[in-house]
Ligand binder design. Structure first.
Ligand code: 4UU
Length: 546
């Protein structure tokens, strides 16, 4: 299992071995098997019932790509996709890729200011959104992009089409009579630009190539062999509650499940009654969750035993899973843990995303590295590989799924990717005697609220814009339901005396709900810093006792 590298690195190889994967573009890979079951449902809206079969979805994707070329976009242009989970959101994504463009997925819960930052950084040349969030997306577009920038709107049956927008349905109907796109895209071209703050600072575009996305799907598939292709009487049914804009919902749930023939039921927003209604009406076979949803399954009286009658997998990821929550699940429901299995995955945007999956019953572990995922654990102070089980170090990752780098940010790329291709995750871990891994801490500043990224640097920059604030530092503190929430430490200017609520309100309209300072604000005399001015977050964390 351990291989010594050229510079004496201690490389922990995957017990699942290495994989080969096809030289296929991700949008083609998704439909690779679809001719075996063209009339099965691929995508269905959990709210309004809109449906596409595999044949319809595949064709629509191609038409969308043609139409986007036809309205003047050029190969390699970036298209921003700002929409909650709907069938048309996923078709837009695949359509953008089939036209030879790059997609940047934007959180539809964002404020106009947050959207604008991403549109600018990604240099978006068109926006695809949906009626429910179109007014915010339009405000963002107007504030930073030229008047002629195409603004395409999916009719999600809530809200209206802003004037001057292109109806999404036109892309499909008009594309039919356009010539197919002959894009010379290769597997080494950048397919997507999801945003992540990485180990430090503000969100950055993560350049993921077609190769990264396809290889990661195959790495997971060859390590976890539990999904079945459709037959005339069976099809996997997967509710898509995790948002598509985030890499977990995208390349660990929706795209791989489509590629292997599952029916995806899209859910635009987590509403307990809607979620359980979908469990009630469909023979759901797999549930992909973040820990707060696992908590919901164990705690809500809306969830019934028979909802799990067909479920063979409950997957959790994006934040630490508590073993007690899994235990509570099996105590509450009369389900066999061998048939309805809990799994924990560990991933990050920068690795397309999956690196580890737990396959046994060690529910607090992230398990073993998946096929073709090489791992190192590097001592934070000595920068030497740790040599035994139980010792902690920073988790480093290598494989075909690791990003190309951060868009237009050489410094951040250099600090995250070593010259020989290792991705420094910023997570602290150890492994036990079976080489099962455990995440113990986060070296990086990132805060995870309900599995979503909250970069402290973003909140600190906003806090410093308040007229009474001299300095600010933000850390994550534990929260029962959300996992973590942001808490601020603020130094006020001389002779100023703001109230906590003044500052909270100042932040309120500027960032999305999950980034709000739910951990409160503590006024302090100074912020602990190292000699070069870097905030000593560990000191702040120690000083804060819940
Ligand atoms: C403790 O959250 C993600 C990706 C999650 C994912 C995807 C596919 C999980 C399982 C899966 O199968 O990406 P980001 O970029 O938003 O956040 C990455 C960070 C990690 O560096 C780590 O700090 O989120 C944290 N994280 C976890 N922490 C992710 N998964 C876990 C986990 N336990 N299981």
């Amino acid at each position: 299992r351990i291989v010594t590298g050229p510079n004496n690195e201690r490389i922990i190889m995957s017990p699942s071995g290495d994989i080969t994967y096809p030289e296929t573009l991700i949008h083609e890979f998704v439909w690779n098997n679809s001719e075996r079951y063209p009339n099965h449902i691929a995508l269905e809206c959990g709210i309004n019932g809109q449906k596409y079969t595999f044949a319809q979805a595949k064709d629509a994707t191609s038409y969308i790509g043609r139409s986007l070329r036809n309205i003047g976009l050029k190969k390699g242009d970036v298209v921003a996709l700002v929409a909650p989970n709907f069938p048309d959101t996923i078709l837009s994504f695949l359509g953008i890729l089939s036209g030879g463009f790059t997609v940047t997925t934007v959180n539809p819960m964002y404020t106009a200011e947050e959207m604008m930052t991403q549109l600018l950084k990604a240099n978006a040349k068109a926006v695809i959104t949906s009626t429910s969030v179109a007014s915010t997306a339009l405000a963002a577009k107007r504030a930073c992009l030229s008047h002629e920038t195409p603004f395409i709107v999916i009719d999600d049956k809530t809200g209206s089409m802003p004037e001057g927008s292109i109806p999404f349905s036109d892309l499909i109907t008009r594309g039919k009579s356009l010539p197919p796109v002959n894009s010379d895209t290769t597997c080494d071209d950048v397919a997507i630009l999801p945003f992540s703050s990485g180990t430090t600072g503000l969100p950055k575009g993560v350049m993921l190539r077609h190769r990264n996305l396809v290889s990661n799907i195959m790495m997971v598939q060859s390590s976890v062999d539990i999904f079945q292709f459709p037959t005339s009487t069976f099809q996997e049914v997967v509710p898509a509650i995790l948002p598509f804009f985030h890499i977990y919902g995208m390349n660990a749930v929706i795209l791989p499940r489509l590629a292997f023939g599952a029916k995806i039921i899209t859910i635009p927003k987590f509403v307990p009654e809607i979620f359980t209604d979908i469990l009630q009406k469909n023979k759901v076979t797999a549930l992909f969750c973040v820990p707060p949803i696992v908590l919901f399954l164990t705690a809500s009286s809306l969830v019934k035993n028979h909802h799990f009658d067909h479920v063979h997998l409950i997957m959790s990821g994006a934040a630490p899973l508590a073993k007690t929550d899994v235990d509570r699940f099996y105590e509450k429901y009369n389900v066999d843990s061998k048939i309805c299995q809990f799994r924990q995955g560990y991933g990050l945007t920068e690795s397309s995303p999956v690196n580890f999956i737990e396959l046994g019953e060690k529910y607090s572990s992230i398990g073993k590295n998946i096929a073709s995922c090489q791992v190192r654990l590097v001592d934070v102070t000595t920068q030497k590989d740790v040599s035994t089980s139980g010792q902690t170090g920073e988790l480093w990752i290598k494989g075909p799924h690791v990003m190309k780098g951060y868009l237009n940010d050489e410094d951040a790329t250099k600090n995250t990717l070593t010259e020989d291709g290792w991705l420094k995750t910023g997570d602290i871990a150890y492994y036990d005697e079976d080489f099962d891994f455990y995440i113990t801490d986060r070296l990086k500043e990132l805060i995870k609220v309900k599995g979503f990224q909250v970069p402290p640097a973003e909140l600190e920059a906003l806090l410093r814009m308040h007229p009474d604030v001299e300095e600010a530092a933000v850390i994550g503190i534990p929260h029962e339901r959300y996992g973590e929430v942001p808490k601020a430490f603020v130094v006020v200017k001389k002779s100023k005396n703001p109230m906590e609520n003044d500052i909270k309100n100042f932040i309120k309209g500027k960032v999305s709900d999950y980034k709000q300072l739910r951990g409160g604000i503590t006024f302090v005399d100074n912020i602990p810093k190292n000699p070069s001015g870097k905030i000593l977050r560990s000191k702040l964390k120690q000083s804060y006792k819940p």
